[in-house]
Design a protein around this ligand. Structure first.
Ligand code: SF4
Ligand code: SF4
Length: 446
């Protein structure tokens, strides 16, 4: 690949440039977190039907063993993140809000915690259908934060002909660096996962998009690609939300996904680098998702880093391990733009949690300033990557006109990136308004 291709700056319209704050962790290699004494595995940590428990209280389990089965096609199984004993199956708090049925595991402190359960596959001889089934059996979901079952994305509607696998290595959220480290440290697993998914989708081309603030990752990947590889890596402009599916497709291919449509309507499937690296690592061994890399960072953390965390680890354990400062006063799971502020430290790390950002009081003061009336500056309109009018949507939300927002102002095209709230000089919590409006519309439609 020529150097010009490496430097090509691809981008999309609108968006914002928040401060990156990635220097805290981007040079720190991934480290394994010890096992917490108790792990909490929610049966619903993905989009779709919750998994169904296969174990009962008192049962001994080994690390990697299936402990819950998928309940239908739009569902995934769960695997034991540690060797231990099932304490109970009960409602537990999660970052999503409502309490969720969860398998609570007491970890055996004396165990070597080797993964003793696997069912190796000869991936090269598998049919696309067998690969899709194996991906579902691994419990894989979008590890970039969406938590949508991965195998479902590998089966686009038959009327859509997918020709390109787009690989999302943008990691455009401030603070987060887990995908960056993974591209540097697990490059071969990533490329192996890309080839597996290309076979399942029947596509002959894959394009990896990486923001140009991670040129070392671009070079690491480019260095592993053969001369005529169907896989290419491209530096895209560092701009938020470059890693949103529709934005990345526009940046790399110049194709626009129209309102209400899926990427497959323009011949594309998009997968995150961490999802693909896990597929590359797990599928040949026939193993399930039991851990993930989490960036633990922010001014409120004493020892920021990228930690390999067993699924189900309570946030409190992770925070105690990394250490917090006396002024730490807010914990966000995910990045600061799209993540969720958590009210309880007892919630577990789930498959979709890519980061834990701890802020101090001085960081949150700015955001907690007084909300003022809209001054019609149109900054939010200029920032919205979906070309919506957040100002008008905000005014309608204040009047409770949620259906008008959806019917006439494309509320459902809003993917809650937070750009509008970020630029609003009147501090109007636009994205929160839009989340509430969508939830109320969904409830009315049910
Ligand atoms: S949160 Fe929604 S309305 Fe606001 S900028 Fe993002 S896509 Fe546009
Ligand atoms: S950025 Fe805020 S103040 Fe400006 S138009 Fe949008 S909602 Fe109104």
């Amino acid at each position: 690949m020529g150097i010009l291709n490496l430097l090509r700056r691809n981008t999309f319209e609108h968006g914002v440039h928040p401060q990156e704050h990635k220097e805290l962790t981007c040079r720190l290699p991934i480290r394994r977190l010890p096992f917490a004494p108790t792990l909490i595995v929610p049966l619903s940590q993905h989009a779709g039907a919750p998994a169904v428990a296969l174990v009962t209280p008192g049962q001994e389990i080994v690390r990697g063993e299936p402990i819950a089965r998928a309940d239908g096609f739009l569902s995934v199984p769960m695997h034991a993140p540690a060797t231990g004993v099932v304490d109970s199956i009960r409602l537990m708090p999660t970052a999503r809000g409502p309490k969720t049925e969860s398998i609570v595991i007491q970890v055996y402190g004396g165990s070597s915690q080797e993964v003793l359960y696997d069912a190796p596959h000869d991936v090269d001889s598998m049919t696309p259908e067998q690969i899709i089934q194996a991906v579902q059996d691994s419990g894989m979901v979008g590890l970039g934060g969406a938590a949508f079952p991965t195998h479902v994305k590998m089966k686009p509607p038959p009327e859509h002909k997918v020709d390109t696998l787009v690989v999302n290595g943008c990691e455009c959220e401030p603070y987060l660096t887990c995908d960056h480290r993974l591209m540097l440290e697990q490059t071969d697993d990533l490329l192996s996962g890309i080839h597996i998914v290309m076979r399942a989708l029947g596509v002959e081309r894959a394009m990896i998009g990486v923001e140009d603030n991670k040129m070392d990752a671009v070079e690491a990947i480019a260095g592993r690609l053969a001369e005529n590889s169907p896989v290419s890596v491209h530096a895209v402009k560092t701009k938020y939300p470059q890693g949103a599916e529709k934005m990345l497709i526009e940046s790399l291919l110049g194709r626009r996904v129209t309102s209400g449509s899926f990427p497959s309507s323009v011949g594309v499937s998009v997968f995150n680098v961490s999802t693909l690296a896990q597929i590359g690592a797990l599928l040949p061994r026939g193993r399930g998702v039991i851990e993930r890399v989490v960036t633990v960072t922010g001014p409120g953390v004493r020892n920021p880093g990228n930690y390999l965390v067993p699924v189900g680890t309570p946030v409190r354990f992770l925070l105690e391990f990394a250490g917090s400062t006396p002024k730490a006063n807010e914990l966000i799971l995910g990045g600061p733009m799209m993540g969720m502020s958590v009210a309880s430290l007892d919630v577990p790390v789930t498959k979709a949690v890519s980061g834990m950002v701890v802020l101090e009081a001085s960081d949150t003061e700015l955001r907690d300033r007084h909300v003022q009336p809209c001054i019609r500056c149109a900054y939010c309109v200029e920032a919205c990557p979906m070309h919506l009018n957040p100002s008008t949507l905000g005014l309608l939300a204040a009047k409770g006109e949620y259906e008008t927002m959806a019917r006439e102002f494309h509320l459902n095209d809003c993917f809650e990136c937070g750009c509008c709230s970020y630029v609003c000089p009147a501090n109007i919590p636009l994205v929160q308004y839009f989340r509430i409006a969508k939830a109320i519309n969904r409830e009315k439609a049910a």
